[in-house]
Write a protein that binds this ligand. Structure first.
Ligand code: G6Q
Length: 551
């Protein structure tokens, strides 16, 4: 499929397949999840898909055979397969930035051939991986010495957004597989509290900073990087030579890296065809590789690649990310669901929902079609969540008894990473119980039959009919984490493709950034600035200056 034909697709809501889904939605209005189960005793096993150690149970959704048939037809009519081919081939499907979208090349095997502008990018990918491996081994073995000759014990990644969330999430998720001799921290916020707290107990002579920024111009990252340099130099009485042993860079911008004062031989590169939120498997994952070692990092990449191959070659009806995407789109567009909850039942996945929040919302939170016109349909819902079981004691109330539809993804692993007593059986029981309760609920009659007074029973009523996906995965390993992340990446791709938006730019974050840059002098200046904002913003600026004792 040519990029031009992607842009020129007919309006989604005018496709016969879309209209058929809208009609079908009406016919489903009175069908409940319980009805669907009653009509088909084998639904639980039939409506599930197994791939790569992931058992995806999608039976507890408001979907019938007919729904799925229509959704697959919509994907076909939308040209998802051609779009997918174009992405894997390195065509410039990120049309607003004129870039290929090739995060899949980052995890391709060394003998793969993937061309951008006629050049095979795979050798360069593996070259950077080798350099990252050498560096990681030097840190892990204590061979890399700081300026005072001491080995490095602390790694601090300075980055934000795509240059932070992935590595920070992966470090938490794979703690069990990480070196315990190293302390690894992540500083992202321009708020000084972040840098202060993350470095408070670290010895600068044993600390190395990875300054991780695709552009190397990001306000937060460069502010933190300059603060880090001062912090290091202070420990070495201002000896500028010290920074060479305490800073490395991850970037696509060699000029800015050199300008900052990091020798480009200590720079790990990547390419403009890797989007920030798709970059944790590029050099942006350097801290992950230091933590896991090169072998563990390769396993993570192999997991991504497994899912790439599954997505690329499995028929739609058995394709895990495709099915997940279509069911999500069904709720977002035809049931008006404004959110999706991501509920991993694994404490190591503490930051998984936050990671997916960026992946999904920055990719598909858009209102402009590829052809420049405004969409006439809903796009990305809000993504949020927390690990279970903690969330059960907090916000699940609203999912169970609230007035809004919140489709939820439950993610759990069969084989526990830490086997202690019966913790894991209790954890898994909670997943299965929650999804059962959400789907089937409990009626007032059933509650009254248990002796609850009639006035109280309605308060205890559980309406059920709350849809969930369950991902029962083998075990949380680097490889499995890679598979899961790639699954969501491709889910996002399929939805963005059908919605006819560009999932790979992020123009919506630009305006606020520019305005903040322009406002910094208005806050800092010694003299009273002339303000020309709206009256609310002007008042806030004046109030802040006043509170800080400025004119
Ligand atoms: C991701 C976004 C964004 C980006 C950060 C950091 O897709 O583009 O989150 O990763 O703004 O940018 P730099 O890596 O250039 O500092």
């Amino acid at each position: 499929m040519s990029v031009r034909s992607l842009i020129d697709r007919p309006r989604l809501d005018q496709l016969p397949e879309w209209k058929a889904l809208a009609r079908h939605r009406k016919s489903m209005a009175k069908t409940s999840i319980a009805d669907l189960f009653a009509a088909d005793p084998r639904r639980g096993s039939k409506y599930s898909t197994e791939a790569l150690g992931i058992h995806f149970d999608w039976s507890k959704h408001l979907v019938s055979n007919e729904t799925m048939k229509l959704l697959f037809a919509l994907a076909k009519a939308s040209g998802v397969e051609g779009h997918r081919k174009a992405m894997f081939k390195g065509e410039k499907i990120n049309i607003t930035e004129d870039r290929a979208v090739l995060h899949t090349a980052l995890r391709a095997p060394a003998d793969a051939v993937i061309k951008v502008d006629g050049e095979n990018v795979v050798p360069a990918v593996h070259d950077v991986l080798r350099r990252m491996g050498t560096f990681s081994n030097q840190i892990r073995s204590g061979k890399w010495k700081g300026h005072s000759g001491k080995a490095i014990k602390n790694i601090v990644n300075i980055g934000i957004g795509g240059s932070d969330l992935g590595p920070a999430m992966a470090y938490d998720a794979l703690r069990k597989y990480s070196s315990r001799d190293l302390t690894i921290r992540f500083v992202s916020n321009v708020d000084a509290n972040d840098f202060y707290e993350k470095t408070l107990d670290l010895d600068p002579t044993e600390t190395l900073f990875i300054v991780c920024s695709k552009t190397f111009t990001t306000l937060e990252t460069m502010t933190n990087a300059h603060t880090a340099r001062k912090w290091i130099l202070k420990a070495f009485d201002g000896d500028a030579a010290a920074s060479a042993k305490h800073f490395v860079a991850v970037s696509t911008n060699a000029d800015e890296v050199a300008k900052f004062g990091i020798d480009t031989k200590n720079m790990f590169g990547f390419w403009d065809w890797v989007g920030g939120r798709y970059s944790m498997d590029s050099a942006v994952g350097l801290s992950t590789m230091v933590a896991l070692g090169p072998k563990g990092f390769r396993e993570l990449l192999d997991g991504f690649h497994d899912m790439d191959e599954h997505f690329r070659s499995t028929p739609m009806t058995r394709n895990l990310p495709v099915i997940q995407a279509l069911i999500g789109l069904w709720y977002a567009d035809f049931w008006d669901a404004g959110t999706v909850a991501i509920l991993p039942y694994d404490q190591y996945l503490d930051r998984f929902s936050a990671y997916l929040q960026q992946l999904e919302m920055e990719s598909n939170g858009k209102h402009t079609r590829l052809n420049g016109k405004h969409v006439k349909w809903g796009t990305c819902p809000a993504i949020w969540g927390q690990p279970g079981t903690n969330g059960q004691h907090a916000f699940y109330q609203m999912i169970h008894q609230g007035t809004r539809l919140v489709p939820a993804d439950f993610i759990v692993f069969a084989d526990p990473v830490n086997k202690i007593g019966d913790h894991h059986d209790k954890l898994v029981a909670n997943v299965f119980a929650q999804t059962e309760a959400l789907a089937f609920g409990k009626s007032v009659a059933e509650i009254e039959a248990e002796g609850v007074p009639a006035w109280l029973a309605p308060h205890k009523e559980m309406e059920g009919n709350r849809p969930t996906s369950t991902f029962l995965c083998d075990k949380l390993t680097p490889r499995m984490l890679g598979r899961l992340i790639a699954q969501y990446e491709h889910k996002v791709f399929v939805q963005g493709s059908i919605w006819q938006i560009n999932s790979f730019d992020q123009w919506g974050v630009e305006l606020g950034k520019k305005m903040a840059q322009a406002m910094i002098p208005e806050l800092k200046s010694k003299d009273r600035p002339k303000l020309a904002h709206d009256s609310s913003t002007n008042t806030l600026i004046r109030k802040y200056r006043d509170l800080r004792g400025r004119k």
